[in-house]
Design a binder for this molecule. Structure first.
Ligand code: TMP
Length: 667
């Protein structure tokens, strides 16, 4: 059995991922140490004047944001068109080289110029990195991989601060005893930083063919820079799901920016000063970390598309709450919650983008997100304090000694929070893939056992109502995967439930023969479960252990839909029985062929008259269909829904498009 999809260990066990991750860790560490060292050096080089020093530090910060704004789109274009392996390695080498020159030249203008150069490299390197991850890990593990990468990128700020402090202390100690040693800790940090980029380049180079080579855009699809950039943007604008995701991710940052921009004044109003500021900041980041790291796991089984909007709306709600509290302890609690919700929204948005955006547009999409985030952050950071100052502070008295102080800061929090709630609800509505299923029911269901996935082989289930064409599609898929039968193809085992074992055949006869008559729904459930137990133990598992592709025509979802929703037994109880029978084994992918029940029943019309289940009325079969749809919507990573009314060849092509990469990734 392989590890659960949330396991970060399983991501690291994939070939090449460990080294890729180590390279990202090193370059992120470099990025943070670089920021600290550059601001420290700017401070040193600017001389003694207070205003000059502030100006120099502000200049470094501004120059880190501006280039990405201006050249971001070009960066996205290059990320999609240049050889990705080359970009990743050379980008690190360039950054190492630029950082080395900063202390050697040792002037403020060069420091500014070098900052712009580093950010220019980043504008290509960062989207290339983001777009490469979905190529390195199978879709099942993308969320865990994103958690790992985001946690590493932002989590390395802390070790970077420690490293910077340690380097400063070591430099001081060394220069006291050895006069030849460099006496500027910023210089030492910059050299260390260059070293970490160089090491990252070495690691990436050593990955060789594990990294995707060549450009993401095939040569025949190349167009001019402007066209490509506009194509990328119009793809985002045209595709409702991606548009909603981009808007949501940017909105989450805007809300965060309001808090960051106003936190200093906010804590002052509560009389908490610098330490309070530090605590509040720490709380937001701790919440972000926990949200990103634990959130997806805690909320497993909740549809990712719904989760995104929900988390965003929740973050907005918390921000509104924050505007109403005037107590430091409560403010910390709300900040933790705010960070947590934003963390869940962020990781979910990133993962959905990786899953939804096709490979040749991914670089541009991630670059667009990064540019927009920076643009919105700079705007919010500049405008929020101004607005807050304009509004000023007002006190609303309730009685003589009780009242509410409500000022510009609170108003800004409140407005930003309401906007985030609105954006979250809008994205929930537009992306809702489980209409009719209440969020509470989904949360409750999501607590159930996640099941296990076979470590070897590939397990695919086809599900659907009567006459949906499962058997035809199962056969077509098996034929497509076997190819012309020449050497090298995977072993493909085509099987079905009920009835693909000796006992199963007898069970099938009992279950489907109209002469059996009415069975107690529980008896029916147990007979189907017995067939499943035999099927998994004798056919499915041995084949998977041989490394085969197993394609089953119906599996556990059929009993959840037919006996659970159809016969109106409690689905969670039916599920327990079926999962026990199959030892929790889940398909890597379930293909649901969707068709209105009446059409399917008409199509099915068997020669010998309808079997025992086909005799059920249409509304029984509509309940079955509704449940299949809900199962698929709850877990898009493991389901593919295909409109079964389309011609069989088109359905087969859609199935193969999703299964092909899985076969490649797993076998
Ligand atoms: P089929 O394989 O020809 O589609 O027929 C199987 C019938 O059995 C179909 O009506 C669905 C029903 N069924 C259940 O009710 N529960 C189950 O667990 C399975 C596998 C099938």
């Amino acid at each position: 059995m392989s590890a659960a999809p949330h396991s970060v260990g399983a991501v690291l066990a994939l070939p090449g991922v460990r080294r890729f991750w180590a390279a990202i860790a090193l370059s992120s560490l470099g990025d943070w140490v670089g920021l600290l060292a550059l601001t420290a050096l700017a401070n040193e080089l600017a001389g003694a004047d207070y205003a000059d020093r502030n100006f120099a530090i502000g200049g470094v910060l501004l120059l880190r944001v501006l280039p990405a704004l201006l050249i971001g789109p070009l960066g996205g274009y290059l990320a999609d068109h240049l050889d990705r392996r080359w970009v990743l390695v050379v980008g690190d080498v360039l950054r190492a080289a630029i950082f080395v020159t900063i202390p050697i030249v040792g002037t403020l203008p060069w420091l500014f110029a070098a900052t712009v150069l580093v950010e220019t490299v980043n504008a290509v390197w960062l989207p290339t990195k983001d777009a490469t991850i979905p190529d390195l890990v199978p879709p099942l593990r993308l969320e865990a991989a994103n958690r790992l990468v985001l946690a590493t990128t932002y989590g390395s700020a802390l070790p970077a601060a420690v490293l910077f402090t340690a380097l400063s202390a070591a430099t001081e100690a060394l220069s006291a005893v050895a006069p030849w040693a460099p006496d500027s800790s910023a210089d030492v940090a910059l050299y260390a930083n260059a070293l970490s980029f160089a090491l990252s380049a070495l690691l990436l180079a050593s990955l060789g063919s594990a990294l995707p080579a060549g450009s993401a855009v095939p040569p025949e699809q190349r167009v001019g820079v402007l066209r490509a950039v506009v194509d990328g943007w119009s793809y985002v604008a045209r595709t409702p799901l991606v548009r909603g995701l981009v808007a949501g991710v940017v909105g989450a940052f805007a809300a965060g920016g309001v808090v960051i921009g106003l936190a200093r004044v906010y804590v002052d109003e509560m009389g908490a000063g610098d330490p309070g500021y530090g605590v509040l900041f720490g709380a937001v980041f701790a919440g972000l970390g926990v949200g990103m790291w634990r959130g997806p796991r805690l909320l497993r089984g909740v549809s990712r598309r719904r989760l995104f909007g929900l988390a965003l709306a929740a973050a907005g709600g918390v921000l509104v709450g924050l505007s109403l509290v005037a107590d430091m302890v409560l403010a910390v609690v709300f900040s933790l919650l705010l960070g947590g919700c934003a963390g869940v929204a962020w990781i979910t948005g990133y993962t959905l983008l990786g899953l939804e955006v096709p490979e040749h547009l991914r670089g541009r999409t991630f670059a667009l997100v990064q540019s927009l985030v920076r643009l919105v952050l700079s705007l919010v950071l500049a405008v929020a304090p101004l607005l807050a100052a304009l509004v000023g502070q007002h006190r609303v008295s309730i009685t003589d000694d009780a009242g509410l102080t409500f000022g510009g800061v609170q108003l800004a929090f409140c407005v930003a929070g309401l906007l985030a709630v609105g954006a979250g609800l809008a994205s929930f509505r537009s992306m809702d893939d489980r209409p009719g299923v209440s969020v509470a029911a989904e949360l409750r269901d999501s607590r159930s056992e996640p099941g296990t996935y076979a470590a070897a082989g590939l397990f695919i289930a086809l599900e659907g109502g009567e006459g949906a064409g499962k058997s035809t599609q199962a056969r077509l898929l098996a034929e497509a995967l076997t190819g012309d039968g020449s050497a090298g193809g995977p072993e493909v085992v085509l099987t079905r439930e009920p009835g693909d074992t000796r006992v199963g055949r007898s069970l099938r006869a009992i279950l489907l023969d109209p002469d059996t008559g009415a069975l107690s729904p529980r008896t029916e459930t147990l007979l189907y479960a017995a067939d499943k137990a035999e099927h998994v133990a004798r056919v499915v598992r041995p084949a998977l252990e041989r490394g085969a592709v197993v394609i089953t025509d119906r599996y556990v979802d059929s009993t959840l839909a037919y006996q659970g929703a159809g016969r109106a037994l409690r689905v969670d109880e039916v599920e327990q029985v079926a999962r026990w029978a199959t030892e929790q084994l889940r398909p890597h992918l379930t293909v649901f062929l969707d068709l209105p029940a009446a059409d399917g029943l008409r199509r099915a019309l068997p020669a010998g008259g309808p079997d025992r289940l086909e005799q059920e009325p249409v509304d029984f079969h509509e309940r079955v269909r509704g449940h299949f749809r809900a199962l698929a919507a709850a877990d898009p990573e493991h389901y593919l829904v295909v409109d079964a009314a389309r011609p069989p060849a088109e359905v087969a092509a859609a199935v193969l498009q999703r299964v092909g990469p899985l076969v490649e990734a797993r076998l």
